[in-house]
Design a protein around this ligand. Structure first.
Ligand SMILES: Cc1cc2nc3c(=O)[nH]c(=O)nc-3n(C[C@H](O)[C@H](O)[C@H](O)COP(=O)(O)O)c2cc1C
Ligand code: SF4
Length: 518
């Protein structure tokens, strides 16, 4: 059998040099006259080890990483095609602690094989959920998703089954499934990883959503900054169509479902579901007032399920193994697993899928290994640009929607950004207001005007102009934005601002005046 070498084609790995490594491996194979198959897999998500190259040996897969092009010659010299030892040797990928400690349900297959091989997908349990779904009544599928406890992974944590039931119960000549792959939050890459590393799991989840609600058409709305994901999804849709996973008779059943990939134009607010619908319809990405809910009048005025990539990609395992299996993981009302994306100034950055319930401290210190700079962790922002900054004093908070809300924080899309003790939290609070001002769709006053006034007021604090008065003003402004904004962009910007102010008050002092040159 010819050797198989796995070199990720995932854009995170490419950014770290995977293409150069692939070129060096090809050159070395040619020079040595060795015939081998190079498989471009996705990433398993241990980005601190990318580019992570794997070889299939008689004893299973062996990983090496992070591999540099300059390592390639010595890897061959060390007999890496049969798992030989080398300074980059990591052993079996499943035994790498960062991967071994995870509970992979949604990401079970991500990064293991060629993402476009449907046979590989099926060999690891793919399509079993859809096979079960097409044999069931729509209401029973919805019931199973509801009973699993799955909540939207896009940010709001809304129960997925309830959303699906509303669409199922609404009569219409046409219904849609829209997948939100705008993934605008800082520190998040779970959606991208799935689309590039296991696109069929998303397609399968969308088809199940269609069968469950009576929708026959799906759209995946992907941000323009994700060209690799767009290309991969387009190719995967073609493969799925040819194999009868999509089409007029899904897996030979009477259910019809097809889908298209659409590319956004690059606005954070287009991740908000009603803005996204406007954008999909070719209109300006402005937030729509609710009601009507998209589940009743969504895309082109028709009942529409809008779900995040991870929500949809979590459905196949639920339909395969059952609601009780999925619900068994987690804590409180946060059931199942969540792909935590660890980023920022952190030693072991990457995607860590785990059952809800780990504490923030475990995630940052034990899994993330603390800061990359080796300095003390000062703050962690959880939930993207609209999430709160948590100090070490809150590190005992379990990763759970309600526990975070109780501490004035949010889980959002589960991205966490780590900061060391050099971070200036006044600057971070200013950045939150500035971000809101830049990204505001402009529809409502508290967000459109409030964010600009917020930047000005924080600038006055930094300049030492009546700081206590300005702090009271920012607090009042945040209150107005929180309760008076139409959507969560204006409504949640107060979270990073107020958490910075409340937990790091010492940073809200005038900037020291530079000493005059002698
Ligand atoms: C400003 C803003 C940006 C958002 N960006 C995203 C996004 O990039 N991806 C996403 O899935 N949800 C995003 N959301 C949440 C969506 O509005 C919506 O709740 C989600 O797509 C519903 O899917 P889910 O129930 O599966 O989470 C955003 C919300 C707001 C207010
Ligand atoms: S809060 Fe901001 S982004 Fe949301 S509708 Fe109002 S102006 Fe638009």
């Amino acid at each position: 059998m010819i050797p198989r070498i796995y070199i990720p084609g995932d854009s995170g790995a490419l950014a770290l040099g995977a293409e150069k490594v692939a070129k060096a491996v090809r050159a070395e194979l040619a020079e040595r006259g060795i015939e081998a198959k190079i498989v471009r897999n996705g990433s398993r998500g241990a980005y601190f080890l990318e580019p992570m190259v794997e070889v299939a040996t008689a004893k299973g897969r062996v990983a090496y990483g992070p591999v540099k092009p300059s390592d390639v010659k010595s890897l061959f010299d060390s007999g890496f095609l049969t798992g030989g030892h080398h300074k980059r040797w990591l052993g079996a990928p499943d035994n790498i602690p960062f991967l071994a400690k995870q509970t992979r349900l949604t990401f079970a297959r991500c990064g293991i094989n060629d993402p476009l091989s449907l046979d590989a997908y099926k060999s690891l349990g793919g399509l079993k959920g859809l096979q079960n779904a097409v044999a069931m009544a729509p209401a029973d599928i919805v019931k199973q998703v509801t009973e699993s406890g799955l909540r939207g992974r896009g940010g709001a944590g809304f129960p997925t089954g309830i959303k699906w039931k509303t669409v199922l119960d609404t009569t219409a000549d046409k219904k849609y499934i829209v997948c939100n792959a705008d993934e605008g939050d800082s520190a998040t890459f779970a959606d991208r990883m799935i689309m590039e590393g296991d696109p069929f799991v998303l397609i399968e989840g969308m088809v199940i959503a269609g069968v469950a609600t009576g929708a026959t058409k799906g759209f995946v709305y992907i941000r323009s900054e994700y060209p690799h994901a767009v290309a991969m999804m387009n190719k995967a849709v073609e493969v799925a169509r040819k194999a009868g996973v999509l089409g007029v008779n899904v897996l030979g059943s009477p259910n019809a479902f097809d889908m298209e990939i659409r590319v956004g134009a690059g606005a954070y607010v287009c991740g908000e579901e009603t803005s996204l619908l406007n954008s999909l319809e070719g209109k300006r990405g402005v937030v729509r007032a609710k009601p009507p809910l998209p589940a009743i009048q969504g895309l082109f005025g028709k009942p529409t399920v809008i779900n995040n990539v991870i929500s949809l990609a979590s459905v196949p395992v639920i339909m395969d193994k059952g609601a009780a299996f999925y619900k068994d993981f987690g804590m409180g009302r946060s059931r199942g697993t969540i792909p935590i994306q660890i980023a920022g100034n952190v030693k072991f950055g990457g995607l860590f899928e785990a059952a809800f319930g780990m504490t923030l401290g475990q995630i940052v210190d034990e899994i993330g290994g603390g800061t990359a700079t080796g300095r003390p962790v000062k703050a962690v922002q959880v939930g993207g640009p609209l999430g709160a900054y948590f100090p070490r004093a809150l590190f005992d908070t379990p990763f759970d929607y309600e526990a975070f809300a109780a501490k004035d924080g949010l889980i959002g899309h589960a991205g966490i950004t780590v900061f060391d003790d050099t971070a200036d939290m006044l600057k971070q609070a200013r950045f939150a207001m500035e971000f809101c001002a830049i990204e505001s769709c402009g529809k409502c006053t508290p967000c459109r005007i409030g964010s600009t006034r917020g930047v000005e007021t924080i600038d006055k604090i930094a300049a030492g102009i009546e700081p206590e008065k300005q702090i009271a003003l920012v607090t009042d402004l945040c209150n107005t934005m929180k309760f008076g904004s139409l959507c969560a962009l204006g409504g949640f910007t107060p979270y990073p601002v107020m958490s910075a102010l409340n937990h790091f008050r010492e940073d809200f002092k005038p900037a020291p005046v530079a000493e005059a040159a002698e």
